[in-house]
Design a protein around this ligand. Structure first.
Ligand code: HEM
Ligand code: SF4
Ligand code: SF4
Length: 519
């Protein structure tokens, strides 16, 4: 089931990658879009509140005036408020399906999932209480349905549905309470959304400008073409016979007409508990967390800057070495992606003294193991254009390209690869060229590994791929697990180039370095 969902997302996202370019692909920014829609709802809500009359008698008229008298401002704000709320529901459900389908919610990543679940309830409380405030027939239908449903809990001394028996029974006080709920719940929700992203470093909470402007422009056009309108005014002395539902928020209401309220509570309660426990159904087999080797750690804090899961902190030095700080891993947060190993300046295959141990590395996939695998994969290669492919676990299938002149090494994440390994393979002539293959840009399984890898290879982030490495001998392929064909093409192109370049010679390194110095 999960594989199916994953493949479905891969396919759709490829289409969107082509249409929007990976940087603007909305699927890569679902959480950020959720935040963005929240802000739109908040700002438009503040505007509406300025003109809204919070009393039961004038609520409907005040909203009608906002909609019609100032259709160009208040009307647009009202529509943005509604459409952004609907869009929030849509992106959040796709967000949940995507994180689940791509298996990014288990093991040390349980926290974001678990804290996301209550956010769902808050979204619905905000949306439902908002429809209530319009005080039209839809609001009447919701008010009666909701209060009768709440009464089935049996926790209120007086049944609250009594407030809606007739026009005289409903007090301004109760209505003001609803306004209060509609304003306070989003603030709690904001707090929860903040908690939700605490374990992710550099969490993406702002969509790229193009996507933000595009979605806002689309909703504004919608606001003019299909403005959000009220239904007939509420009248508690009549029975509502038909209403237009907002299916994003109110889809469960028709169920209230056919099922006992208690059943629905049981259903939603059980659904919430099961959803919250999903990260443990089944639980992920945890891999050994990253380990710091103090004699090799110089306290540079590169690993802290690069860890995508806030799993490393710098503490005062505890071993007497002449550095101020040392890295300390929080094993509970560590997903064992190895990105820290790729960032550590001491993770290099060139080291001679002290063996190949880095300041930080994965115990079950250390620098020494990567070194050994690199040598084993290149050892028997022959032919005129020998290539070594480093590919991440979630990237394209590299093994089926292995052959007499192509070797492969699987990394846990492309960000695990210290750039010095590419230098090592090429300048020590273990192969004539290197390919690094990984997840599509913006879709790294470990959030930031691919981004850091690209920056290191472009020499814009430390540790950088050294200038002496001839770039013509090196290729990057960011295509995800379904990009086998693209990888094959990139390999063919690189090998073609390598054939014209011939075997690597030291003079080429000097020329490459000079070229980069003059660039
Ligand atoms: C208003 C609702 C929500 C918003 C605004 C939101 C926003 C976000 C953001 C900004 C991120 C970080 C993305 C990144 O930088 O990688 C994220 C990650 C995540 N969210 Fe949500 N989220 C919401 C609801 C939910 C819900 C309801 C669930 C699940 C029940 C959920 C599950 C996750 C998971 C599993 C991650 C990934 C953590 C990881 O990569 O390790 N979110 N969310
Ligand atoms: S990157 Fe390496 S050397 Fe720098 S603080 Fe982290 S473990 Fe220590
Ligand atoms: S392996 Fe390193 S980068 Fe990855 S989560 Fe653990 S400490 Fe952070």
């Amino acid at each position: 089931m999960r594989r199916l969902i994953k493949q479905l997302f891969e396919r759709i996202e490829r289409v969107f990658d082509a249409a929007f370019a990976p940087a603007w692909n909305p699927f890569h920014h679902l959480g950020a879009l959720g935040w963005y829609f929240f802000w739109i709802v908040l700002v438009s809500g503040i505007y509406l509140y300025i003109f809204f009359d919070t009393g039961i008698v004038n609520a409907y008229q005040s909203i009608d005036a906002i909609t019609h008298a100032q259709w160009y401002a208040g009307g647009v704000m009202r529509s943005l408020h509604r459409y952004a709320s609907d869009a929030l529901v849509v992106v959040v459900f796709i967000h949940i399906a995507r994180e689940w389908g791509k298996d990014r919610y288990r093991g040390a990543r349980w926290f974001a999932w678990f804290t996301g679940v209550p956010v769902l309830w808050f979204i619905y409380i905000c949306g439902i209480s908002g429809y209530w405030l319009v005080w039209d027939e839809l609001a009447q239908y919701i008010a009666i349905g909701t209060t009768e449903w709440l009464d089935t809990l049996g926790i209120f001394g007086e049944p609250i549905a009594r407030n809606f028996l007739n026009g005289e029974a409903l007090s301004d006080r109760f209505f003001t309470l609803m306004v209060f709920v509609h304003i306070m719940v989003p603030l709690f929700m904001l707090f929860l959304m903040w908690i939700h992203i605490q374990r992710n470093s550099y969490a993406k909470i702002n969509p790229p400008t193009g996507l933000a402007v595009g979605t806002l422009a689309t909703m504004t056009v919608l606001a003019f073409v299909f403005p959000a309108l009220s239904q007939a005014p509420a009248n508690l002395n009549t029975v509502v016979t038909s209403v237009d539902l907002d299916w994003f928020y109110l889809a469960a209401y028709p169920l209230l007409d056919i099922l006992p309220g208690g059943w629905l509570w049981a259903g939603f309660g059980a659904g919430t508990v099961v959803l919250a426990l999903v990260p443990w159904l089944p639980r992920l087999r945890r891999l050994a967390p990253a380990q710091v080797s103090l004699p090799n750690c110089n306290g540079c804090a590169r690993c802290v800057a690069d860890c995508p899961f806030n799993a490393i902190e710098m503490h005062a030095r505890s071993d007497g070495l002449a550095f101020e700080q040392e890295a300390v891993v929080d094993a509970d947060n560590c997903v064992a992606c190895g990105v820290c190993m790729g960032s550590c300046p001491t993770a290099t295959p060139f080291r001679r003294t002290g063996g190949l141990v880095a300041g930080i590395e994965l115990p079950d996939f250390s620098v020494a193991a990567l070194h050994a695998q690199t040598l084993a994969a290149t050892e028997g290669l022959h032919g005129e254009a020998r290539v070594l492919i480093f590919g991440c676990l979630q990237g394209p299938p590299i093994e089926r390209l292995a052959g007499e002149s192509v070797g492969t090494v699987r990394l846990r994440c492309s960000g695990q690869l210290p750039p010095s390994f590419i230098d090592f393979v090429i300048t020590r002539a273990h192969a004539d060229g290197v390919i690094v293959a990984g997840c599509r840009a913006g879709d790294c399984h470990y959030r930031l590994g691919g981004q850091w890898a690209r920056a290191r290879l472009a020499a814009t982030r430390d540790p950088q791929l050294r200038a002496r490495v001839p770039r013509a001998r090196f290729e990057q392929v960011w295509v995800g697990s379904s990009g086998g064909n693209q990888l094959q093409q990139a390999l063919a192109q690189l090998r073609e180039r390598l054939r014209t370049l011939g075997a690597y010679r030291r003079a080429e390194a000097t020329a490459a370095r000079r070229k980069s110095e003059h660039a």
